[in-house]
Design a protein. Structure first.
Length: 104
């Protein structure tokens, strides 16, 4: 997840929509017909498409419920793939102890 998140942040920064997916850039007040809301919706759509197109199709099941919600997609993927809590620590320790020094 961490590598994917790093790539996604770079791609979204390049497209000018970095604040949309993590939820920092929220929808402005007003109707859907105001310029500010239309601009935000366009950014939201770019962020959503960027996330979907950068995922392996096996990951689509995690985000189908968030078709127009890049924040929901981001949080679902983060919750699904990012290690947290005691279980994540145990997994990391096991990986660490399983490392072998290459034979020279």
């Amino acid at each position: 997840y961490d590598d994917w998140e790093f790539e996604m942040c770079a791609e979204m920064r390049r497209k000018g929509v970095l604040g949309v997916a993590p939820g920092e850039d929220v929808r402005p007040m007003g109707s859907d017909n105001t310029k500010a809301v239309k601009a935000w919706i366009a950014k939201r759509d770019v962020a959503t498409a960027t996330i979907i197109l950068r995922l392996d199709p096996t990951q689509f099941a995690h985000i189908r419920d968030f078709e127009e919600d890049p924040v929901g997609m981001w949080e679902r993927l983060k919750g699904t793939h990012q290690s947290s809590g005691l279980g994540g620590v145990v997994v990391m320790w096991r990986k660490f102890y399983a490392l072998c020094k290459p034979v020279e």
